[in-house]
Structure formats: structure tokens, C-alpha cells
Ligand binder design. Structure first.
Ligand SMILES: Cc1ncc(COP(=O)(O)O)c(C=O)c1O
Length: 390
């Protein structure tokens, strides 16, 4: 079978082999500790589910506007005004998509040409690379280390006449780092000076700890027209399987993204959009409680990992991942994760999946119960002590 040439660019997920191994081990009855999940372990709140059921039962089951229903776009605009002080036109500056991932895909397809360069702050979620590459643009990594801290000089050095976009993800998957207002301002200034788009993936914006103060990239007025804000419902409201996200950008970009959405998915699911309104307009106590629980786990896991000889784990400021640096074990992070799964039943994600600078790290998700985390960290400790060359 002769596939399209572009399939050489769009690679399979780097963790497929691990998922297969996990399935094999599960069949053999081995106890598994799943620390590689990118989704909250909480159930979607009742009132959100009820809104979807009511919409279904009332027959709200047909195609909608390809931009998403206006009531949801207005709810998003209200949320952005009330929570972030942003003024956004819901008629023309918002598109609702089946998940933030599709919003990123549409944004890249709508704005990038083959050969364009995209400065991607890394480590970062692998889909950011895939979407840029699917548009046949080039990923230029800008390493920000395990704290996801901007190195201004490095970013400046990488700007060329081919640079079209800077791609940021704060709070960051996998490090949990959050860019400060000063760092965001540097990016905004460079965007203005060099006429660069900024794709800002803010899906973890409600999962921030210790009251860390930051802002949305869209809040910098001078670059308001250059920013594509990506957000969604998966992480904040434990709605990963519902597939609901959105993008906010200037009218021309939203119009282009809309044409891609029309050509690919028509619109997001009708009744799920009603659930999105319930999520934004309903009680927010569920979000606060979930973040409190993540915080408890975060504190435990960071301390426990730092107690393992040779492991260095920074305290995340947001999201629900840690990205510890491991001692030399004579193996690449992929082999570490594979062996850790085979021998101890603990599944994690190799740091190399998040960019070149991720090698030497593994990503651990603490979106699972504290009980499981406690047991799994003990197993990680045994494994590291066994193989460490310290
Ligand atoms: C940084 C980042 N953006 C987007 C997503 C996907 O969001 P959605 O479920 O809305 O497609 C993820 C999921 O892991 C993520 O980590």
C-alpha cells in the first residue's frame, strides 16, 4: 500500500509501544500503576452531565454553526472577561472545536506554510510538534529546561526571516512550569518587533498552585492581533472524553480555522456544547476541589521523588505532572520507561517524547489517587536504586 508522502512526517505516538506492553502485562495479571495519563481521574461534575442529557432528550442533536453555538461562544467570552479581563467578540473571534487538540491543528493548518519556522518552547506536549509538522512547517526547539523558564537570548538567537510563530504552553505539560508575566511580556515584545504569531496553549490555566500570578498571552494589547489562544474543557472540568475546546484569535484567523473545521468535522457535537455552557456558567467549586486534591498529591510526589538518591524534581507551579531528572542508569529515557513498566508495572512517559531537551527525564502524571502514587513511587525508588550508576 502506497501511502501519502506526508505520512513520513506524521509519526505514530512515541508511547504506542509502551501502551502495547502495558496491555500485555495487564493480560498476564500483573498489577499496573498508570502514571502516564494526561487526564484528571475525577468524574465530570453532575450538573455538566445533566446539561448534556437534557440537551439530548430535548432533541438538540443536529449540526450546529461550524463556529459552535453562539450561546457557548458568549459563555466563553463572559468567562474570558470575568476571569481574565479580556474583551473578545463572540460572533467573530471565537471558534469552538472538538477538543483543544483540533483547535491547534486548525490553527497550524490555517496559518503555516511549508518551510515556515515555528519556535517551540520545550519540553512540550508532542502534539505541538505534530501539528506544526503536519502543516509542513519546521519545529525549532527553544529549550526552557525542567522549570520551563524562558531564556530570552536563546529565543532571540533562533529568530530568522523564516520564523512565523512562537508556540508556548503555560502551564506546561510536562514540567508544570508556568511562564511569569515578565516572560510573557518578552515574548509579546518579540512577536511585535518581528511580526510573529504566538500560539498560546493555555489548557491548564485553571490548575495553578500557591497563587502563582500569571496572565493570558491574549492580555498583551500590542499583540492582541497576533495571538491564537487555545483552551478547552478537558482538564478544568474533567471532560477529556467529551472533546470540547476552543480558540480565540482575530477575525481573519478564526475565519480561516472555520474553513478547516467545516472541511474536517463540520462542527463540535451539538449537545456537548450545551454541557460546555453548564461548565462555564455553573458552580466552580468542583474545579477548586480538584485543584486542592492535585496540590496534595503534588507536594507528596515532589518530596518523595527528591528523597530518591540522584533524582532531582522541581516543584511544579501548575498542571498535574512532574518531570524529574533521573540519575545516569546507562539507558535512554525510553528504555528506562519500558523497563520500569516491565519490571515494576509502573507506566510513565519518556522525557524524549517532549523534545530533545527532555532526555534524562521521565514524565509522571499525578492525576491518579494518592494511594496509587505512594505505592508507585516506592517501586520507582527500588528500580532507580537497582540501576543507578551513582
Ligand atoms: C498542553 C495540552 N494541550 C492540549 C491538550 C488536549 O486537550 P483536548 O483534550 O481539549 O484536546 C493536552 C492533553 O493532554 C495538553 O497536554
Amino acid at each position: 500500500m502506497k501511502l501519502a508522502d506526508r505520512m513520513k512526517i506524521i509519526k505514530p505516538s512515541g508511547t504506542i509501544a509502551m501502551a502495547e506492553k502495558a496491555r500485555e502485562l495487564a493480560k498476564s495479571g500483573k498489577k499496573l500503576y498508570n502514571l502516564d495519563v494526561g487526564e484528571p481521574d475525577f468524574d465530570t461534575p453532575e450538573h455538566i452531565k445533566r446539561a448534556a442529557i437534557e440537551a439530548l432528550m430535548s432533541g438538540f442533536t443536529h449540526y450546529t454553526s461550524s463556529l459552535g453555538i453562539i450561546e457557548l461562544r458568549r459563555a466563553i467570552a463572559d468567562y474570558l472577561r470575568d476571569r481574565k479581563g479580556l474583551e473578545v467578540n463572540p460572533e467573530r473571534e471565537i471558534i469552538v472545536t472538538p477538543g483543544a487538540k483540533h483547535a491547534i491543528y486548525c490553527a497550524c493548518m490555517a496559518t503555516l506554510n511549508p518551510g515556515d519556522e515555528v519556535l517551540v518552547l520545550t519540553p512540550t506536549w508532542p502534539t505541538h510538534f505534530t501539528c506544526v509538522e503536519a502543516a509542513e512547517a519546521r519545529v525549532i526547539e527553544v529549550p526552557c529546561g525542567e522549570t520551563y523558564s524562558l531564556r530570552e537570548e536563546l529565543l532571540k538567537e533562533k529568530i530568522t526571516d523564516k520564523t512565523k510563530m512562537i508556540l508556548i504552553n503555560s502551564p506546561n505539560n510536562p514540567t508544570g512550569g508556568v511562564l511569569s508575566v515578565d516572560e510573557l511580556k518578552i515574548i509579546a515584545d518579540l512577536s511585535e518587533e518581528h511580526d510573529l504569531l504566538v500560539l498560546s496553549d493555555e489548557v491548564y490555566d485553571e490548575i495553578i498552585y500557591d497563587g502563582f500570578q500569571t496572565r493570558s498571552m491574549l492580555s498583551f494589547d500590542d499583540v492582541r492581533d497576533k495571538v491564537i489562544l487555545i483552551n478547552g474543557f478537558s482538564k478544568t472540568y474533567a471532560m477529556t472524553g467529551w472533546r470540547l475546546g476552543y480558540a480565540v484569535a482575530n477575525e481573519t484567523i478564526i475565519d480561516a480555522m472555520n474553513r478547516i473545521q467545516q472541511a474536517t468535522t463540520t462542527c463540535p457535537s451539538s449537545f456537548i456544547q450545551k454541557a460546555g455552557i453548564a461548565a462555564l456558567k455553573g458552580p466552580q467549586e468542583c474545579v477548586r476541589k480538584m485543584v486542592e486534591e492535585f496540590d496534595r498529591r503534588r507536594r507528596y510526589i515532589v518530596e518523595a521523588l527528591n528523597g530518591i538518591p540522584g533524582v532531582r524534581c522541581t516543584m511544579p507551579k501548575g498542571a498535574f505532572y512532574v518531570f524529574p531528572r533521573l540519575p545516569d542508569m546507562g539507558m535512554l529515557s525510553f528504555d528506562v520507561c519500558m523497563k520500569l513498566l516491565e519490571e515494576e508495572g509502573v507506566s510513565t512517559t519518556p522525557g524524549s517524547a517532549f523534545g530533545e531537551s527532555g532526555e534524562g527525564h521521565i514524565r509522571i502524571s499525578y492525576a491518579t489517587s494518592l494511594e496509587i502514587i505512594v505505592e508507585a513511587v516506592e517501586k520507582i525508588k527500588d528500580f532507580i536504586i537497582k540501576y543507578s550508576r551513582l
